[in-house]
Write a protein of this length. Structure first.
Length: 144
């Protein structure tokens, strides 16, 4: 007597689980690398000034040549501020006036890392869009 084999009609999911685990590991490794950049829009030569449609004064964070931070909010605008003061003042301004323009004004001699550090403080205070204050293009020599 010959025994007939029954056809198994089940799907073997083990290879799919292996592929999913490999993809999970790849995404876990690459995801932190994607979020560490700072999105910037490079300016064009001779760009027009930003038209301020609001009547609110912008919040300006200044970085001098020595790397000291100044913010134009509060009574003591001419004194350097620490990181916590910058964050708390930014939060206070944005809580009361969310449409306030946020600008960074940095000296030409300030290292790029200091400017990025100042921007991080503004972001911790709740700023989403940050602009830069610059001089008009005519004041700088154009390289050949």
């Amino acid at each position: 007597m010959v025994k007939k084999r029954k056809v198994i009609s089940e799907i073997n999911v083990v290879p799919y689980i292996d592929v999913m685990l490999v993809l999970l590991i790849i995404f876990m490794v690459t995801a932190p690398l994607l979020t560490q950049g700072i999105k910037v829009e490079l300016p064009k030569a001779g760009a027009d000034p930003i038209a301020d449609s609001s009547s609110l004064a912008p919040l300006i964070l200044s970085v001098n040549a020595q790397g000291e931070l100044y913010i134009n909010v509060g009574d003591d605008e001419d004194k350097p501020k620490d990181a916590e003061s910058i964050i708390s003042r930014t939060r206070a301004v944005l809580a009361s006036q969310p449409s306030t323009m946020i600008l960074v004004k940095a000296d030409r001699q300030v290292p790029y890392g200091n400017v990025v550090g100042a921007m991080v403080l503004l972001q911790r205070g709740g700023a989403k869009n940050i602009g830069f204050v610059t001089d008009p293009l005519e004041s700088y020599p154009v390289p050949d």
